[in-house]
Structures are given as structure tokens and as C-alpha cells.
Ligand binder design. Structure first.
Ligand code: ADP
Length: 503
């Protein structure tokens, strides 16, 4: 099979969150299963900052964007440790900026135009490069128009006409909503701007376009696939998702074990595996405490959080329990950026508990690895979580996660109970309700378990023993690609078949 992945970010080129981790790893895993894979992302300023080896393809493309024609260039690189080509769509006016989607908390005003350009440039480049994919694997709203383009404006383009589409939802909360006067920018006819099409409460929705027109839909855990079909978590799209439930799959993300294994990470004070976890993790913890300016004390449980400082991640619950937790003999390290009110919260906690709290309010990939290795407990009380990667990174590092029973968190962490402790499956702490009392209940259980060294060692070892590599998830994606390709095979026409413009 020949699969073209399209995403708005991918490690190591450009990353704001988990989507980048997936887009940088899944194409390689699919290629390792014997398929052809290629990846398209925008060529942001950050890509140049990191001086990845980029080679000009010499390909210049003319892309219609509204009434204008915008020229783009295509650079080529490789996903590290693989032969998977990465094609970077370059147009400085759109992508040579600080930030990928916005700056200083504000979305760019021209995001519709930027990502119309990206998607159409990708299709033009794909055709010009002769890639001939069986399936376009599209990810999140920035790629949501591709399925409809393939069924309309690009339906007869050589090399593209036989391709099917998979649209993966990494987070339903981000929808790519634009005012209706942006419709002409897309080049799509107004008659698609309907409730059955790309219109969502009077606006143009890129995400909805993907959900309506892709051949198959997926999201990043089975539980989230069910949750988004409910009114509570469907972000207004649950009705549509219920209509398409026969085409909706849930596949848990894997982790890139080359990058996220404590036995391989070069930035750690000491590398470790299951045999050396006790001494190795102790060395990483001591390094982290020292780096953070906290007392270097092996006996104190070190709690950590890494991620976007956003209400989604349960920061309001954490704010409510923070003082109570910090009355205990604990330490807390946070790495993140986001909402100013959480920056204020963390700065205030660090000022009030200087011997217990350290917050690094920025983005640092290196520090993220060092925290995963050095911490004892990872806090992930997300209100909703499509998959979540940090709890998987934590498990791989013997850092015990505390998670809310939602989405991918409940699919990947096994709560500590007498039964799961006895059968060796317990890997963390799961709490049921998104309330501070429920979270506190879990934290109290953490503190109890921490005091029982045998129980703690069992949790650590069970987490580290699980296999979260991409292999099994990549096989599930390949099954979907095959199904899409089967569906695309031309059926013999029957007399009473309705000619359809879109399907
Ligand atoms: P989401 O995609 O919703 O942000 P995930 O848990 O799926 O959440 O993935 C977040 C990814 O982004 C992880 O790889 C995490 O380590 C990384 N990350 C988030 N914030 C930061 C930060 N401030 N510094 C370094 N890495 C970060």
C-alpha cells in the first residue's frame, strides 16, 4: 500500500503537542510493516531554526487560493532512522512566522487561507511528484478539506483520483472554524456550505468537512471514539459522529521507543531499564531535584506534570487540591505553557512553597524527557483526553500516572486495587469523577502506596513492562487502509445507481 500522511506538525520538525509525536512516528511504523509512506507538513520558521537537513526538490507549485494564485516550493527531508520522505510545503508569507497557528495566545487571522494553501499545495505536489497514494491519512482540522477536494476539485487529477481518505481526530475541541465569507478562499462551491456539508452553525468548519467526506474516520482511543458520540463530549458534532459510527474506529497511539525509552535517551543523568530502574531512576530524580533547586531527597515523592496549561488538562482541579497536596511531604515539578491564569497559579505556588515546587513555564523537549525519568508520579487529571501520550511516556519510565477515567487515559492505565495488585496488572491510579474530591481520593491513595515500597515497586515494574511501541497500532491502521482501498475499487455499475457528485 502507498500511504500519504498529512499533518500540521510532526517531530522532529515542528511540535506543539501529541499530534506531532504521532505524525513523526506512525509513517515510519507503517513503512516498517512493508508499505510505502510519505509525510507532508508545512515548512514553518521553526523547521529552519532547527537546521534539519532539507533538500530543495526544485518543485514549484501554483496554488489557487480564492481569486489569487500563490506560489509554493517543496523541500524534502526524511523521518529520522527511516527512508520515509517528508515533504515540507514552503510559502514564507504563510509559514515564516513565530508560532504555527497563532502567537501570544491569539490565532492568526488568516489561518483559513494558510491551511487552504497547505492542503491544495500538498495535493498539487503529490500529483507533480507522482506519489499515487492509495490512501491519504489526514489528521485534525488543518487537513479536513482534503477528502472533499479529492471528491470535487481534484477528482480527475492524474494520480489522485483513485485515492481514499482516512481522517483521524486527535482532538475534537479544535475545529478550524471560520466565518462564512472565507468559503470562496477554499475554491469550493457555495452549495457545499450546508448543514449536510461544511457549514457548522453559520461558520465554515474544516473539521466537519473531514468528518462528513472522509471514507473512514478514526480517533486515538476506543473510549474517546465512544465519548465523542455523546452530547456531553461531542462538541456539537455528536449527531454526525453517531451517523457515521459504522465508519468510526478508535486506535490507541503508540510511542516512539527510540525517543522515549529510558534505556536510550541520551539526555538522562543515567540510562536505565527494568533491571536497573532502582538505581537509574534514583540518579535521574536526584539530578532533576538539583536542576530544579529543590532539596535532593530520595524519600519524598516527586509529582510532575508536563503539557499545555489548558482547562482540558484538569488544571482547575489541580488548583483546588494543590495546597492540600503541598501540606504533605511532597515535591511538584511542572513544565508547560498556556493560559495566563495557570502561569499565575504556578508562579504563586512556587513562591509560596519554594522548597517543594518548581515550574518551568516554557517548552523544552529535553526537560520533558528528564522529568519523565526523574519524577515518581505523573499527574494527568484531564477533563477529557483523546489518547494522551504523557501517561504512556510515564509508564515507560516507571513514573506512576494518576489519571481521570476518560478517553485514552482509561484505556491505558490500570487502577491499583487489591485484585490488580495481586495479579500484577496495576500500573497507576484512576479516579472516576472530574471533581477535586475524587482527585484528592486518588492522591491520598498515591501517598499510601508510596509508603509501601513493595507495592510501589510493583507499579513501576508493571508500567515499564507493557509494550507501547507503535507496531500493534500501526497494524490496525494498515487494516483500515486496506479496507479503504477495497471500498475504492470500482464496482460494476448497476442500472439504478444514482450518479453522485461527491461519493
Ligand atoms: P496534547 O496533544 O493534548 O497536548 P498529549 O499528552 O497527547 O497532549 O501530548 C503532549 C506532547 O507534547 C507530549 O509529547 C509532551 O511531552 C509535549 N509537551 C507539551 N508541553 C510541553 C512543554 N512545555 N515542553 C515540552 N514538551 C511538551
Amino acid at each position: 500500500m502507498n500511504i500519504v500522511f498529512v499533518a500540521s506538525e510532526a517531530v522532529p520538525f515542528a511540535k506543539t503537542g501529541g499530534l506531532a509525536d504521532v505524525a513523526g512516528a506512525l509513517p515510519r511504523a507503517v513503512a516498517e510493516l512493508g508499505h510505502e509512506a510519505a509525510l507532508f507538513i508545512p515548512c514553518y520558521r521553526k523547521v529552519w531554526d532547527h537546521a534539519h537537513e532539507l533538500i530543495g526538490t526544485g518543485l514549484s507549485i501554483q496554488v489557487p487560493v480564492g481569486a489569487a494564485t500563490v506560489r509554493g516550493h517543496v523541500f524534502e527531508s526524511r523521518i529520522p532512522n527511516s527512508d520515509v520522505p517528508v515533504y515540507l510545503i514552503d510559502q514564507p508569507r504563510y509559514f515564516d512566522r513565530e508560532g504555527f497557528y497563532g502567537h501570544l495566545g491569539h490565532d492568526f487571522d488568516d489561518n483559513c487561507e494558510r491551511f487552504v494553501f497547505f492542503q491544495r499545495a500538498m495535493l498539487e505536489a503529490c500529483s507533480a511528484l507522482g506519489l499515487r497514494p492509495d490512501v491519504f491519512h489526514c489528521n485534525d482540522w488543518q487537513t479536513g478539506l482534503i477528502p472533499i477536494y479529492l471528491k470535487t476539485l481534484y477528482a480527475d487529477v492524474p494520480g489522485l483520483s483513485g485515492a481514499g481518505t482516512l481522517f483521524t481526530i486527535h482532538n475534537l475541541a479544535y475545529q478550524g472554524l471560520f466565518w462564512h465569507w472565507d468559503v470562496p478562499l477554499t475554491g469550493l462551491p457555495w452549495d457545499l456550505f450546508t448543514q449536510q456539508g461544511v457549514e457548522f452553525h453559520g461558520k465554515l468548519s474544516f473539521l466537519k468537512a473531514g468528518l462528513v467526506y472522509a471514507d473512514v474516520l478514526s480517533t486515538v482511543s476506543p473510549t474517546y471514539a465512544r465519548e465523542i458520540q455523546t452530547q456531553r463530549q461531542g462538541a456539537g458534532l455528536d449527531g454526525l459522529l453517531r451517523e457515521r459510527r459504522a465508519d468510526l474506529r478508535g486506535i490507541v497511539n503508540g510511542i516512539d521507543v527510540d525517543s522515549w525509552s529510558p534505556s536510550r535517551e541520551t539526555m538522562l543523568a543515567e540510562r536505565y531499564d527494568l533491571d536497573t530502574v532502582e538505581t537509574g531512576k534514583a540518579a535521574c530524580k536526584a539530578w532533576l531535584q538539583g536542576h530544579a533547586g529543590l532539596p535532593v531527597r530520595p524519600e519524598v515523592p516527586l509529582f510532575a506534570q508536563i503539557g499545555r496549561l489548558d482547562p482540558q488538562k484538569g488544571w482547575d482541579l489541580l488548583a483546588e487540591v494543590a495546597d492540600r497536596l503541598l501540606q504533605e511531604d511532597v515535591q511538584l515539578i511542572v513544565l508547560g505553557t498556556g493560559h495566563p491564569k495557570y502561569h499565575d497559579l504556578l508562579q504563586s505556588l512556587a513562591a509560596r512553597y519554594p522548597d517543594k515546587v518548581w515550574a518551568y513555564l516554557g517548552f523544552s523537549d529535553e526537560l520533558a524527557h528528564q522529568i519523565e525519568a526523574g519524577a515518581d508520579v505523573f499527574l494527568m487529571p484531564s477533563l477529557f483526553e483523546p489518547c494522551g501520550l504523557n501517561q504512556l511516556y510515564s509508564l515507560a519510565h516507571g513514573t506512576v500516572p494518576v489519571v481521570h477515567a476518560t478517553g485514552g487515559l482509561v484505556d491505558t492505565v490500570v487502577d491499583l486495587t487489591p485484585a490488580t495488585l495481586a495479579d500484577g496488572t496495576a500500573t497507576g491510579f484512576v479516579f472516576g469523577e472530574p471533581s477535586s474530591s475524587s482527585l484528592w481520593g486518588a492522591l491520598a491513595r498515591v501517598l499510601d502506596a508510596w509508603r509501601d515500597r513493595e507495592t510501589w515497586a510493583k507499579l513501576v515494574r508493571a508500567g515499564m513492562s507493557a509494550d507501547w511501541s507503535w507496531d500493534s497500532s500501526a497494524r490496525k491502521y494498515v487494516e483500515i487502509y486496506r479496507e479503504i482501498a477495497r471500498r475504492k475499487r470500482p464496482e460494476p455499475a448497476t442500472r439504478d445507481q444514482e450518479p453522485s457528485r461527491l461519493r
